[in-house]
Design a protein around this ligand. Structure first.
Ligand code: GLU
Length: 552
């Protein structure tokens, strides 16, 4: 067969040579060891935690090695394309401080290895498909859907592997005349890889290949035998073909992608080989898992788990630094240890490596995220925390604008108990903080709990006496001595341990009395130190709250 002629017949439109593209997209001039990574999302409008997880690994690998991290839009499946999706991807990732050096961007494309949008790379894919056809490594396949369905049925009946390969690949044997005839009849066709693999051989004769995966170590797999589609009937490439062509021409050194692509690795290896290109280093990441309702590990699911969506974290107001810190703990198993040794270091000083990535499931746990967030927020200054809250509220909860009218007040609130030797870790995420701090603001202050039964009958007397003796400039000790006095005057033990020893002698103890005051001033029985809070609330507000409680 004259493959060169076949290639000319099939691709009369291709006017560039492979050498031309090799020259236009030369090897990158980067320092020794620099890694080139990419994120290749499909613009479906939904960007999830798994994307962020992978993007973070890509970003670290590239930026830690003075390399390049770029964004490629994989929009070859036009059914899934959603308008504005590219902006969603870029903005969502930027929020988590993931930035690209080149590729698709809100302002158009940057970088000299583009286009970075697959739907704009048609001529490039056609050029390399033509090359494969001209070397007898790919061919036009005219099988109709019906024919493919009946092949599948036949394969099922005899328990053969499904797919188009070997003897099932009927278009492989067409002569050039037959092909020309079908073309002139206008029959649709796809371009398929002519695979060398042969799975019909006895098990021990099936060829295998080995690849070093940077996360999984040596992969030993049977070679591909499928005549995979490279170009679909509409001329659009499949993921397999586009990925290989793009990652080669964009000079990607490390392909970080989900484990769901592992089964198709043999196809990609065969394609790289047939095109005569060096294989990039594959890094197949573990799936994100969670402990499901039944106590077993399962994959995070778009339908069941709202926390899979990145919007979830933005809406609740998780601080991006907390999400990054947490993701790093699941990305690299030695990160937590490093963090303990370097509590104040910038996370970017940690040496991220693919070897320390898990290759089974990466367990995602919201409770753990919350714990990490508490620690991270402790290091954010009150002023930065106030800025963060304000930005979040402007986007998601504009009705909270009253919180930002008095910045100094807000900052003092946010700083309560954070400078002690054992600091309070009250803050987790914006929505929770707003709820937690609601008692500081008159419009959201409410009495949320009942008075403790031990002192409820004396509540009015306690509050009256408290109001009478209240002096806003009392030290914390003076203030508490007064409460002790009120307690013992009314028949409560001034010390809880006295009450414990002789409960029959008292109505209750000073803790019950102070809880009445706490509930009157804060509306709840659990809160930081009352004296400190009153100092922040101010004398007027403190007295007003006691009075209001008396007149209930
Ligand atoms: N477009 C592919 C996806 O969304 C990208 C896979 C890859 O990174 O190679 O899954």
């Amino acid at each position: 067969m004259d493959y060169q002629r076949l290639a000319e017949i099939l691709f009369p439109d291709v006017d560039k040579t492979p050498e031309y593209y090799e020259e236009v997209f030369p090897k990158r001039e980067l320092p020794e060891g620099a890694k080139v990574t990419r994120l290749g999302p499909s613009p479906t409008g939904f960007i999830h935690l798994g994307n962020l997880f992978g993007a973070f690994a890509d970003e670290r690998l590239a930026h830690q090695s003075s390399g390049i991290f770029y964004l490629r839009i994989e929009d070859t499946d036009d059914k899934r394309f959603v308008d504005g999706a590219v902006d969603v991807i870029i903005n969502s990732l930027r929020f988590f401080d993931i930035r690209f050096d080149e590729g698709a961007s809100a302002e158009g494309e940057t970088g000299s290895y583009g286009s970075y949008t697959q739907s704009k790379r048609g001529p490039i894919y056609r050029c390399f498909a033509k090359k494969l056809v001209s070397e007898g490594k790919a061919y036009p396949c005219f099988l109709t859907e019906e024919e493919i369905a009946s092949i599948r049925a036949e394969q099922e009946a005899i328990k053969a592997n499904p797919g188009i390969y070997g003897k099932w690949a009927k278009s492989r044997n067409l002569t050039i005349e037959e092909i020309e005839e079908k073309l002139s009849a206008g029959l649709p066709y796809v371009i398929r890889l002519k695979s060398d693999g042969d799975m019909s051989l006895p098990e021990d004769q099936i060829k295998r290949f080995r690849v070093e995966d940077a996360i999984r170590g040596t992969l030993d797999m049977p070679v591909n035998d499928q005549d995979t589609v490279l170009l679909k009937a509409n001329g659009i490439p499949t993921y397999h073909f586009a990925h290989v062509v793009d990652d080669h021409l964009m000079r990607t050194t490390h392909v970080v992608r989900g484990a769901e692509w592992l089964p198709s690795l043999p196809i990609h290896v065969e394609l790289f080989e047939k095109l005569g290109w060096e294989l990039p280093i594959y890094c197949h990441t573990a799936q994100l898992m969670k402990i499901g309702e039944d106590g077993n590990k399962r994959k995070l699911s778009k339908r069941k788990d709202p926390e899979l969506s990145l919007d979830y974290y933005r809406k609740l107001g998780y601080h991006p630094a907390a999400v990054r810190e947490y993701l790093m703990t699941i990305l690299n198993s030695n990160f937590e240890e490093w963090r303990i040794a370097n509590p104040d270091a910038d996370m970017n000083e940690f040496n991220f490596t693919t070897e320390k990535m898990s290759n089974s499931g990466a367990l995602f746990d919201l409770n753990k995220l919350n714990d990490v967030s508490k620690d991270v927020l402790l290091k954010v200054t009150a002023s930065d925390l106030a800025d963060f809250l304000q930005n979040w509220s402007e986007e998601f909860r504009p009705e909270l604008s009253y919180m930002f009218e008095d910045r100094k007040y807000l900052e003092r609130i946010l700083d309560i108990g954070r400078h002690e030797s054992k600091p309070r870790k009250d803050h987790i995420y914006a929505d929770q903080m707003v709820e937690n701090l609601s008692y500081f603001f008159d419009s959201t202050f409410r009495i949320q709990e009942d008075f403790p039964a031990e002192a409820a009958d004396d509540a009015d007397t306690i509050l009256e006496k408290y109001l009478e003796s209240y002096n806003h400039s009392d030290s914390q000790d003076q203030w508490f001595d007064k409460i002790r006095r009120i307690a013992s005057d009314l028949g409560y033990a001034a010390k809880p341990k006295d009450f414990k020893k002789h409960p029959e002698e008292y109505k209750g103890h000073v803790g019950h009395v102070s809880t009445i005051i706490r509930i009157a001033v804060m509306g709840r029985s659990q809160s930081p130190d009352v004296w400190e809070i009153q100092q922040i609330l101010g004398e007027f507000r403190t007295r007003e709250r006691i009075k209001a409680c008396l007149n209930r």
